[in-house]
Design a protein around this ligand. Sequence first.
Ligand code: SF4
Length: 345
Amino acid sequence: MITGDHMLIYDLTHEELIEFMLKNGHKKYRAEQIWQWLYKQKVETFREMNNLPEDIIELLESNFKIKALELVLKHISADGTIKALYSLHDGHLIESVLMKHHYGNSICVTTQVGCNIGCSFCASGLLKKKRDMTSGEILAQIIETERILKDRIAYVVVMGIGEPFDNYDELMKFLYTINHPKGLAIGARHITVSTSGIVPKIKEYAHMGLQVNLAISLHAPNNEIRTKLMKINQAYPVEEVIGAIKYYLSVANRRVTIEYILIDGVNDTVETALELARVLRGLNVYVNLIPYNEVLEAPYKRSSSENMQNFYDVLMKHKIQVTLRKEQGHDINAACGQLRSQHLK
Ligand code: SF4
């Protein structure tokens, strides 16, 4: 277990690290050197920063810790998917999932310990939120998983356990640091943030200024079905979520992904597909249909192949951009957190 009360150095922005060094009587270039060791060489101890004098190493050691996560368990599937269970400094467990694609390695990161959104199809939603994660803890998932992988991660989806917009400030810090050319330098277009539909934050996010992708978990075209699946719909019903998407499209001018998990007999009929096509008509969106990953904790079943195909066909016929995702070792939230919940049992 990671011990010590020191602040995690990965929680500092580039500017904050410069400020810290200046305040302690050192030159700005020293901060640049440290930053380079953290984000390019990705060293595991301050001692490895061998172009720094002893007094700076001691200054860092007495103020910061460098390690945020301890690997507890890892599971590697035949297709190369890695599920890693990490322990945080206070013993809480979080999970990250690495997927290999033909275009590069993509990681799904967790932003909170547990989640309060309460989606009825999600195993993670049963474990109430214990705390928010810091930007450095979210970021450390990329660096630690690169160590397991022994390769670079080029794509990031913020789609693990937790609602990222419920931890907005840390999320923003995380996004700016991983996108920073001197940070992990991950292209904004290679990053996707997925929200359950926190309306005021979608509007705020529209003004963030980075070209990061936005995905919205809609899962239903009307309030009756959506409230059954997602408790959050009582606070932000479908029409408000659609209104926020319109706002985002007008400000950010970037296409939005609509996530839609297909659940047998719940949200997968032809009528529901027609209603979804009506709700999304004229919007610059792209629907990602996802076969449901069954979990022991929820009473739902995956849609039949026939229903999934019919649903897809209706959207296509109504000129809605759509893909039907193929199975992979891991799928979004419904599967995120399985390792953690099994381990906690
Ligand atoms: S699907 Fe996501 S938002 Fe919903 S309960 Fe699970 S982790 Fe939370």
